[in-house]
Write a protein that binds this ligand. Structure first.
Ligand SMILES: Cc1ncc(COP(=O)(O)O)c(C=O)c1O
Length: 462
């Protein structure tokens, strides 16, 4: 028995697969109480409304992870030859069902979305450098694709002679149709010089600014327009929106489990449809498993800690303790973030960056224009100030006019509050551990800055 009264045992299932069993704490002490206990390791006094950046992991899953780590250290050889492959297969099998893949061979566990991007883009880069693709052939992505994805394109595709086209998306965004129209226009531009679109990279939920992309519709457009492959960067999807790879019709899809699915850092699911060149994708770290298929290549990338991949069953157990399981969590988090977003926008006299049906468990909220957020630096200074002086952890965003956009156009189209243009936004997250007080703390901190006449340029982050 542990200090906190939980009974932890490691065991084998009837089929011989290893499991780490954590006896559930009693639920009759109240819903919020047991959730607070699960996240008792979070620093006290911080309104943590940024689950989106790094996720969170409950104590029971961390305990299961520790048990796996000890199991490895107790008998490494047995672990390597039997426990590890069986355990990873078990995690992949659970995930296969969760994402509705046809076969477990389509499911690999990798470190994170960044690693999956490297796998996809190295494959594309090789095709350019080996002459299978020609110079006019194009990779398309959104202008707000995650920086690591953009840099990977530079490193692997552009350096090998490939062409990249960025599709600009509107913000604030008002409808799914706006995204669909911009995407169509982008594909037309990509094909204008006779090239083939070899890869479309589509975010499921963009990072910053954040909103949900109509992936299924965009994938269908790609099929109609003869795009070779579609890779969906769904870093935030699992645990915030339904993930059904067959329904979405994607070729390649990555979703982190450490952001919104309660796994510890770091583990991501990388789905690679069997028919979609799966034999040509390789893990960037080459080991003796090279050539044995991506799932096996990914399951051994040298000696290291694999416990985050092994605790998937424990994370699923945790999810099942909530009413409605994963769907229940997603719905409550979505409803919570919309309600809190509206409360903040009302208090500050600003707007939401997207309609509620285009947000998952994160939403963009306009910040008062009197804070004078006029650059990325201003937005970063505000973020640091909130962390250091106000105990609020929330990412901030400066939204500048598009290049070439004139002052007049800005006046016509940009949202305003009573004092001027809204050029700054906060991305708030809602996860099971959050309480209304977290958002009230943020609201009051911003109202205080405005009342004190503070502008971001002069905020101290020390
Ligand atoms: C849209 C998007 N893609 C990729 C990533 C990278 O995720 P990771 O750091 O887990 O690789 C993030 C991280 O926030 C993201 O928001």
């Amino acid at each position: 028995m542990d200090r906190d009264g939980e009974d932890r045992r490691s065991d084998n299932d009837e089929d011989g697969t290893p499991t780490i069993k954590i006896k559930k704490p009693r639920l009759d002490v109240g819903h919020s109480h047991w959730i607070r206990e699960e996240f008792a390791h979070h620093q006290l006094g911080i309104a943590r409304i940024n689950n989106g950046s790094f996720g969170s992991c409950p104590g029971s899953v961390l305990a299961a992870q520790r048990a796996w780590q000890l199991r490895f250290l107790r008998q490494p050889d047995d672990f390597y030859f039997k426990t590890l492959p069986d355990g990873i297969l078990k995690s992949r099998t659970l995930i296969k069902d969760l994402i509705n893949a046809d076969h477990v061979d389509e499911v690999s566990l990798v470190d994170n979305a960044t690693t999956a991007a490297a796998i996809v883009l190295q494959q594309i880069g090789r095709a350019f450098s080996q002459g299978s693709f020609c110079k006019n052939d194009v990779v398309v992505m959104f202008h707000c694709a995650f920086q690591a994805i953009k840099k990977s394109i530079q490193a692997y595709v552009v350096r090998s002679g490939g062409t990249v086209l960025e599709i600009q998306l509107p913000f604030p965004v008002h409808s799914r149709q706006q995204i669909i129209s911009e995407f169509r226009r982008g594909l037309e531009r990509a094909k204008a010089n006779g090239g083939t679109v070899r890869l479309a990279i589509i975010d499921h939920i963009t990072s910053m600014p954040s909103f949900v992309i109509p992936v299924r519709e965009l994938v269908q457009i790609c099929r109609d327009e003869g795009v070779d492959q579609v890779f969906v960067d769904a870093a935030h999807a699992m645990g915030t929106v339904p993930v059904d790879v067959k329904h979405l019709g994607v070729d390649l899809y990555v979703t982190n489990l450490h952001k919104w699915f309660f796994c510890p850092p770091s583990v991501a699911v990388f789905y690679c449809r069997k028919s979609a060149l799966s034999s040509q994708v390789h893990h960037p770290v080459v080991t003796q498993e090279y050539g044995n298929g991506l799932p096996l290549e990914s399951s051994w990338i040298g000696t290291r800690d694999y416990s985050s991949q092994l605790v998937v069953p424990s994370a699923l157990e945790f999810v099942k303790r909530f009413e409605g399981g994963l769907e229940g969590i997603m719905k409550r988090n979505h409803d919570g973030v919309v309600q809190m977003g509206k409360m903040l926008a009302d208090s500050w006299g600003t707007i939401l960056g997207s309609p509620p049906n285009m947000c998952s468990s994160m939403i963009m909220v306009g910040l008062p224009s009197r804070l004078c957020i006029n650059s990325d630096d201003d937005a970063s200074r505000l973020r640091s100030h909130l962390r250091v002086h106000c105990g609020v952890e929330v990412p901030t965003y400066y939204h500048h006019a598009s290049p070439g956009e004139g002052e007049e156009q800005l006046q016509d189209t940009s949202p305003r509050d009573k004092d001027g243009f809204i050029t700054g936004y906060a991305r708030i997250s809602y996860q099971v551990y959050n309480t209304v007080e977290d958002y009230h703390k943020f609201r009051d901190a911003i109202n205080q800055l405005v009342e004190d006449g503070k502008v971001c340029k002069f905020l101290s982050a020390e």
